[in-house]
Design a protein around this ligand. Structure first.
Ligand code: ZN
Length: 250
């Protein structure tokens, strides 16, 4: 039996993982399921999960309770076993569809890669915009943190597809079709009108809406002056490659 196809999204916090998740989730072959590991790994948060089934972006969820029930029956703490159950129930509820998991953690990516035909995407936001969104200014600390975290991830998961947040949001007409091509998905023009009407996001960043959403870019950083990008020029060089380079090359 061939393995189920999955898509895994990762990237630093505040790098646009939510918007990427939503864009891919509009594809007719895909379903956005949020941060899967945070649902299936629960121990003490179990009650919270149960109390919040009705907060799933689908409105009234039958899928996640079925996953949790099957996990309970198996009584295993192994993340791989739990992910396997998740995929089995997913295929039963949504035959032929591809789940989009925005769990972000490397451990989860490794498990999912073992048990499915997984394509992972790392979204990278311009280091200056990332820093400003975190601290309202461009700081050397933020720049170096951004650099090492992205470098570490790149080294740990070299097969991951990299996409820049800026090209995605500022030029989706070219970037989304290119990303689809890399993922072996047929581009659908409706992907540019985001709505998450058919997603099942229980845990994770979500914008709950049934209406189309305009992709908007937060360009506050462009008004900030800072000497740090000039001083930390190797970080800026890496920034150019990672954010503005071709999608499928490193
Ligand atoms: Zn749901």
């Amino acid at each position: 039996m061939s393995k189920i196809r999955t898509i895994f999204i990762t990237g630093l916090h505040r790098s646009g993982t939510t918007i990427l998740d939503m864009i891919l989730g509009t594809h007719s072959s895909c379903i956005a399921v949020g941060e899967v590991d945070n649902v299936i790994k629960v121990g003490q948060n179990r009650q919270w999960i149960e109390d919040h089934y009705n907060r799933c972006t689908c409105g009234k969820c039958e899928f996640w309770p079925a996953v949790m029930e099957a996990i309970d029956q198996q009584k295993s703490d192994s993340l791989e076993v739990r992910y396997t159950i998740f995929l089995k129930i997913f295929s039963k509820y949504f035959p032929g569809k591809i789940p989009i998991d925005s769990s972000k953690h490397l451990e989860s990516l490794h498990v999912l890669s073992n048990i499915s035909d997984c394509k992972s995407i790392r979204i990278v936001r311009d280091v200056r915009g990332w820093s400003v969104s975190l601290s309202s200014r461009i700081t050397p600390n933020n720049m170096l943190r951004w650099y090492w975290k992205n470098r570490n991830f790149q080294a740990a998961a070299p097969d991951t597809i990299r996409i820049g947040y800026e090209p995605l949001v500022l030029n989706p007409e070219d970037t989304v079709p290119a990303l689809c091509h890399t993922l072996s998905l047929e581009f659908e023009p409706t992907m540019l009108e985001i709505n998450n009407a058919k997603s099942h996001i229980l845990v994770g960043n979500r914008m709950r809406t049934n209406q189309s959403l305009k992709i908007k870019y937060d360009g506050r950083w462009m008004e900030k002056t800072s000497i740090w990008p000039a001083i930390l020029f190797p970080v800026m060089k890496y920034n150019s490659q990672q954010v503005y380079g071709q999608i499928d090359s490193y």
